[in-house]
Design a protein around this ligand. Structure first.
Ligand SMILES: NC(=O)c1ccc[n+]([C@@H]2O[C@H](COP(=O)([O-])OP(=O)(O)OC[C@H]3O[C@@H](n4cnc5c(N)ncnc54)[C@H](OP(=O)(O)O)[C@@H]3O)[C@@H](O)[C@H]2O)c1
Length: 432
């Protein structure tokens, strides 16, 4: 078919229905440019494979966007995935998500544990439970994928423990979680390839200074997000050194590796909230502009590729990787900022984070103790009020009983008096 057609075009010129050559060039180059843009923005595909049967993976943010795809891919390869979610395991949407995931991956080993990353207390409760397990639970990977973003123009918010929310969920929660889980990571046998994958974002490049994280007047949604990601990266680098410094009882080198993964700009519920500014009008505009987002942003599936690479590629394991590396588009890349692996910056951040957690946990514990006491007092008062009510009711019954008895006696006396009168009357009638 193409050969006769081309011969016809060459010998007799193009047919009437065919557009002019210039129009044809314009159309093909436009379509080619679009296809090239789409191909470029879709990013790289992970080629690494690994049998994950029997491997235990803890994961935050595994129920939405990039995280949900990652959960699916890991479970499909047989991993036992423990999802740390802020919903309770009895939440109907979460139950449906887990059941659907189990069905689609034919893997029953997908579980959900309630861990609210905006609460230090919730993180401590979960992590201490995990660490307290004896013998130590198997742990092959921890994927830290959860994050929050305040849409542009949004107000600064604080958690119930008084910490700025973006800083807490995106950075401090991970610092706290890994801090408590340290013994469980270090207790893994020497031949286990343990990976800690920290999800980051290129926004860290434009981060404002880390020491201004808790300032209220310089806060902005974009700055807070970028800063939380920079802090996370500085911590990730320092955490690898912290693990390496541990002397194992068997004298063998540390077998856990911390790896940073940047998924690239992706169409996810989080991105949609950011682009639509969290408003109905914004959502309407987002839907209208969807072809542009489709063209320029990755799908969640493509966003998950670098994370899957860090979990499965052999070059990321303890044998060939010193840890603290960053992966983007399924290849190792350098940091765009020198301070990511600066020991002085890390030391300051670590110390200030420790102090902040100690202060917030003390205050929260005090608040909880006060609330518990107030609740106990309330219950005691309710019990007292109940007792008083019972006594009042008893007294009322006694009083009623007495009144009834008195009434009955009165009536008896009346009848007696009446009987006496009648007796007298009949006696006098008889005597007459
Ligand atoms: N999307 C992008 O363009 C992009 C680019 C670069 C880097 N990243 C990074 O990639 C990761 C995934 O991004 P995404 O866009 O897929 O995220 P997403 O759709 O916004 O999902 C965020 C996840 O974090 C969880 N989460 C939020 N607050 C939580 C809390 N207090 N406690 C427990 N879980 C909480 C959410 O749980 P619920 O669903 O239950 O709320 C959800 O599973 C993030 O770390 C993000 O920073 C994303």
């Amino acid at each position: 078919m193409p050969i006769p057609f081309l011969t016809h075009v060459l010998l007799e010129g193009p047919p009437d229905w065919m557009p002019e050559a210039w129009t044809l060039v314009k159309w093909t180059s436009s379509i080619g440019a679009l296809a090239l843009t789409k191909w470029y923005s879709a990013g790289a595909t992970n080629k690494a494979e690994k049998n994950l049967h029997g491997r235990v993976i803890l994961m935050t943010g595994g129920t939405s966007g990039i995280g949900a795809v990652t959960t699916y891919e890991l479970a499909k390869r047989g991993a036992q995935v423990v999802l740390l979610t802020h919903q309770s395991p009895s939440d109907p949407f979460l139950i449906e998500f887990v059941e659907d995931m189990r069905e689609r991956t034919e893997n029953q080993f997908i579980y959900a544990e309630q861990v609210d990353l905006s609460s230090l207390h919730s993180i401590r409760q979960f992590a201490t439970r995990w660490v307290d397990n004896s013998p130590p639970r198997r742990l092959d990977a921890i994927i830290l994928g959860a994050a929050t973003m305040t849409p542009p123009g949004g107000a600064r918010k604080e958690t119930a423990e008084g910490i700025e929310t973006t800083w807490m969920v995106n950075y401090l929660a991970n610092f706290h979680l890994l801090g408590i889980l340290s013994p469980a990571i270090r207790a893994q046998p020497f031949d286990r390839d343990v990976r800690i994958v920290v999800t980051t974002c290129s926004s860290y490049i434009s981060s404002p200074p880390l020491d201004k994280a808790l300032e209220k007047n310089t806060w902005s949604p974009k700055g807070a997000y970028a800063r939380s990601k920079l802090a996370l990266m500085v911590f990730a680098c320092a955490y690898q050194k912290h693990l390496d410094a541990y002397k194992r009882p068997d004298q063998l080198p540390m077998n856990a590796r911390v790896i940073l993964a940047d998924p690239g700009f992706t169409r996810t519920p989080g991105t949609m909230r950011w682009l639509s500014r969290g408003t109905i009008w914004g959502l309407f505009i987002y839907i209208l502009m969807y072809p542009i987002w489709w063209l320029l942003l990755k799908s969640a599936n493509m966003g998950a590729q670098s994370i899957l690479f860090t979990v499965m590629d052999s070059s990321m394991g303890p044998g060939r990787n010193a840890g603290g590396k960053m992966v983007k588009e399924c290849i190792q890349v350098d940091y765009a900022r020198k301070d990511v692996c600066d020991e002085e910056v890390a030391k300051k951040l670590w110390e200030s984070s420790d102090k902040l957690i100690e202060k917030a946990e003390k205050e929260a514990a005090l608040k909880r103790a006060k609330a518990k006491k107030a609740e106990e007092m309330k219950q005691e008062e309710a019990r007292e009020a109940e007792k008083v009510e019972e006594i009042d009711a008893l007294l009322e019954t006694i009083a009623k009983g007495r009144a009834k008895k008195a009434q009955k006696e009165k009536e008896k006396e009346k009848e007696k008096a009446k009987g006496n009168k009648d007796g007298k009357k009949s006696k006098s009638a008889k005597s007459k």
